[in-house]
Design a protein around this ligand. Structure first.
Ligand SMILES: Nc1ncnc2c1ncn2[C@@H]1O[C@H](COP(=O)(O)OP(=O)(O)OP(=O)(O)O)[C@@H](O)[C@H]1O
Ligand code: NI
Length: 374
């Protein structure tokens, strides 16, 4: 539970003061600010913390990647933001400030009302996300009937418009088709259409191309970029693929065992990682990043959720581990980097979050300043 003081809204950006469904967000305005997010799961072995003091921000017209190995809490974070967690999960702490409103402080009902226009989410598995017994037109039109009070005919017209927007051919006839009558790529376009129907400020895409073949993946990423530009949406892209992050994202938050261990602009983080886990990830793929490269070559595996150690979450795999790492959990704090120091005046590690400049670089490591990039 939170005290009233802890629920106080964070400083509003210009975007936060504009109406929720407007597409007039100014590029780089902070649309979403997540602070101290924690999610607990009730299991038969007791309650475990799957997401722990996670924080990041997403900006209009930019893509933030959530990067990390399988099981590190990316989807759990996404579901917490969207308010669609499994019943065994609880939001234990944190603020999710979207357009100036803390979603974490809203009731489930208020949140539903807010969610449609404010935030859209796309998952990897389009077939299970669509209802097999309704036409895609009915499903695409639903948001307009519920949130805009349109009648069936008007909603159908909006559905056809949406299908055009996401590049589905012959929308006038295909609006009456059922999900199974579409290819995987077209179904993913339909899901994306549903997510952007009400022109949300924020689009969360959780491994949106994992189930698709390579050419279709590229088309879907292109579509997401186009929609991002058109609506100046902030996009949170969840992936375990370093090449996708390098190509698609402006900034990155690297997650490990439920924690953000490093964050900042992609170009800086990849050129000069300040956390041993990020460095390990980067070293685990060939020099020329390729899509689909697996992040498997860091020896060992992440800790089980019921067995997260005191101290640093990465200690069991870290080549730099010292006594202090076993005793004390390093906080995510601003780090300086030769890369952004060289970038005279435009960015420093001490830019306050929410400010107009590029996101600050942070890392959660006792020895972040000592990491070398030989
Ligand atoms: N309903 C649940 N009950 C118990 N544990 C769960 C449940 N859902 C997720 N978990 C656990 O929570 C942790 C975080 O899972 P999450 O799905 O967020 O990982 P992820 O980073 O999205 O991984 P992936 O890349 O495989 O999708 C994992 O250890 C997972 O096993
Ligand atoms: Ni996931």
């Amino acid at each position: 539970m939170k005290t009233a003081a802890e629920q106080a809204p964070v400083k509003r950006s210009r975007a936060a003061e504009a109406p929720a469904a407007s597409s007039e967000a100014k590029a780089h305005d902070v649309v979403l600010q997540v602070r101290d997010l924690a999610v607990d799961i009730r299991t038969h072995r007791g309650t475990v913390r799957a997401v722990n003091s996670v924080g990041f921000e997403a900006r209009a017209g930019e893509t933030l990647a959530l990067l990390g190995e399988s099981g590190c809490g990316k989807s759990m974070t996404a579901k917490a933001l969207a308010g669609i967690m499994d019943p065994v999960c609880d939001l234990a702490d944190g603020q999710i400030v979207l357009n100036g409103t803390d979603l974490a402080a809203l009731s489930a009902k208020e949140r539903l009302k807010f969610a449609g226009p404010g935030l859209g989410i796309v998952f990897q598995d389009a077939l299970t996300a669509l209802n097999p017994v309704y036409t895609v037109g009915t499903q695409l039109g639903e948001a307009f009937r519920i949130h805009r009070g349109l009648n069936a005919r008007q909603a159908r017209a909006e559905a056809i418009d949406l299908m055009k927007r996401v590049g589905i051919p012959e929308p006038e006839s295909r609006v009456n088709s059922y999900p199974h009558q579409f290819s995987g790529g077209m179904r993913q376009r339909i899901l994306i259409a549903m997510a952007v129907a009400l022109n949300p400020r924020l689009l969360i895409a959780d491994e949106p191309t994992t189930a698709l073949d390579v050419t279709v993946q590229a088309q879907i990423m292109q579509l997401l970029r186009t929609l991002r530009e058109e609506g100046q949406m902030a996009v949170i892209l969840i992936t375990h693929d370093l090449a996708v992050v390098a190509e698609e994202a402006d900034s990155v938050a690297v997650m490990y065992a439920g924690n953000v261990v490093e964050s900042g602009p992609v170009s800086e983080v990849f050129a000069d990682p300040r956390h041993p886990y990020t460095k390990g990830l980067l070293e685990s793929v060939p020099v020329h990043l390729e899509r689909g490269a697996q992040l498997k070559s860091i020896p060992g595996s992440p800790p089980e959720l019921h067995d997260i150690p005191a101290g640093c979450v990465y200690q069991s795999r870290c080549p730099l581990v010292q006594d202090i790492c076993r005793a004390e959990r390093p906080a995510l704090r601003p780090v300086t980097s030769p890369v952004n120091d060289a970038d005279a005046g435009t960015a420093t590690a001490n830019v306050p979050s929410g400010g107009p400049s590029r996101p600050a670089r942070t890392a959660a490591c006792h020895f972040s300043e000592e990491i070398t990039n030989a």
